[in-house]
Design a protein around this ligand. Structure first.
Ligand code: FAQ
Length: 318
C-alpha cells in the first residue's frame, strides 16, 4: 500500500472515531491502535484471572454458606470476565497461547492491586467495596470505548461488577455493626487497601505515557486522575456512613471544587509493585504458571478428543 493510500485510510479512520462510530475487528485500523488495544485489553484480562487468586484464598473459609456462595459466584464471574476479554483481544489477530505466554513470561502486566495479601475476612469486604468500586468507575466509561468488542464486553462486565461491589460493601456494613474486634478488622482492611486502590487507577496524568493517545482514539474516555477523583468522591461518604475512617489525614472536602482534596500517593510503592516487587507478585505468578502447567493434560486430552471426532466425521463422509 502506498503512503498516500495509508494517509487516506488514517483520515477516514480518524473521521470515524470523531463520529463516535465503533471500530470492528475486520475494519482497517492503524497498527498502533491495534497494538495499544492488545496491550490494554490483555492486561485487563490477565488482571481478572490473577484477581481470582486473592479472593480464592477465602472461599473455603467464608464465615457462612451464604457468604461462601456469593464469593464463589463472584470469583467465577471474574474468570468469565477474563474469558470475554481474551476472546475480544483475539479478534485483533493474536492467539490465546501468545497472550498467556506474555503473562507467564512477565512481558505483560496485570493490575498492581492483586499483589497484596488477603489477611482477614474483612479483606474480602474491602476488595469488593474498593477494588470492584474502582473497577466500575474505570469500566463504565469503557462501555463507550471505540473498539466494538471491548465496549460490548464491558456492558456485561459492569453489571456483574456492580453486584461485586455491593457484596463487598455489605460485608463491611455487617462488620461495622459487629463487635469491637470486627470493627477493628474492617478498619484495618480499609487502612491496608485504601492507598493501593487509589494506585490501581494508574499513574498521574503527567506520568501516564498512554493517556493522551488513548483519549484521542477514545479507547480511554477519562484520564487516570479524573477516575481517581471520582472514586474518592464516591467512596468517602460510603466510609463515613458506616463509621470507617479513611486513612488520609490530608483528606478534606473542597467546597469550590466540590470534591475532596487528598494526600500524596506513594508512587514509589506503586512502581515497585508494577516491576514485580510487591508483597505477593511471586506467589501470584507461581500459582498462575503452575495452574497452566498442571492443566496441560486436560488441554491435551481435549485436543486428542477433538481430533478423534474430526477423524470419525471424515471417515463417515468418505
Ligand atoms: N497496575 O500510561 P498508563 C478488576 C502500567 S480489573 C499495573 O497510565 P494506561 C476486576 C501501564 O500498563 C483491574 N500496571 O497506562 C476485579 C503502563 O505500562 P505498559 C484491571 C499499571 O493503560 C476486581 C504504565 O503503567 N482493570 O479490578 C497500572 O493508559 C476484583 C503507564 O500507565 C483494567 O485493566 C496498574 N494499576 O492506563 C477482579 C481496566 N496502571 O503497558 C478481581 C482497563 C498503569 O506501557 C477482583 N485498563 N500501569 O507496560 C485501563 O483502564 C488502563 O490500562 C489503566 C492504565 C487505567 C489501568
Amino acid at each position: 500500500m502506498s503512503e498516500a493510500q495509508i494517509k487516506n485510510l488514517e483520515k477516514e479512520f480518524d473521521a470515524r472515531i470523531a463520529r463516535d462510530e465503533k471500530i470492528e475487528p475486520k475494519d482497517w485500523m492503524p497498527e498502533k491502535y491495534r497494538k495499544t488495544h492488545i496491550r490494554q485489553m490483555s492486561q485487563h484480562a490477565h488482571s481478572e484471572i490473577i484477581g481470582m487468586l486473592p479472593e480464592g484464598n477465602w472461599i473455603s473459609r467464608a464465615p457462612s454458606l451464604r457468604r461462601k456462595v456469593a464469593l464463589l459466584a463472584k470469583v467465577q464471574d471474574e474468570g468469565g470476565h477474563g474469558l470475554y476479554l481474551y476472546s475480544a483481544t483475539e479478534t485483533l489477530g493474536i492467539t490465546r497461547d501468545e497472550l498467556f505466554e506474555q503473562l507467564h513470561s512477565g512481558k505483560a502486566k496485570y493490575s498492581s492491586i492483586f499483589n497484596y495479601p488477603t489477611l482477614t475476612w474483612a479483606d474480602i469486604g474491602a476488595i469488593g467495596w474498593l477494588v470492584d468500586g474502582a473497577a466500575i468507575i474505570n469500566q463504565v466509561p469503557l462501555c463507550s470505548t471505540s473498539f466494538g468488542p471491548y465496549a460490548r464486553a464491558m456492558v456485561r462486565v459492569c453489571k456483574e461488577e456492580s453486584f461485586h461491589q455491593r457484596q463487598g460493601y455489605e460485608i463491611m456494613v455487617k462488620l461495622m455493626k459487629g463487635t469491637p474486634e470486627q470493627k477493628a478488622m474492617a478498619q484495618d482492611a480499609l487502612n491496608r487497601w485504601w492507598w493501593p486502590s487509589l494506585m490501581m487507577l494508574g499513574p498521574t496524568d503527567s506520568e501516564s505515557v498512554h493517556t493522551a493517545q488513548s483519549m484521542k482514539w477514545k479507547l480511554k474516555r477519562k484520564t487516570n486522575d479524573e477516575l481517581r477523583q471520582q472514586f474518592i468522591d464516591q467512596t468517602v461518604p460510603q466510609a463515613e456512613l458506616i463509621g470507617l475512617n479513611i486513612p488520609d489525614e490530608e483528606l478534606k472536602w473542597n467546597k469550590e471544587k466540590k470534591s475532596y482534596d487528598f494526600g500524596t500517593i506513594d508512587w514509589d510503592e506503586f512502581w515497585q509493585v508494577v516491576k514485580g516487587h510487591g508483597p505477593c507478585n511471586k506467589e501470584r505468578m507461581t500459582a498462575r504458571v503452575s495452574a497452566w502447567e498442571n492443566g496441560q493434560w486436560v488441554r491435551d486430552a481435549a485436543m486428542a478428543h477433538a481430533e478423534k471426532q474430526e477423524h470419525k466425521k471424515l471417515n463417515k463422509v468418505g
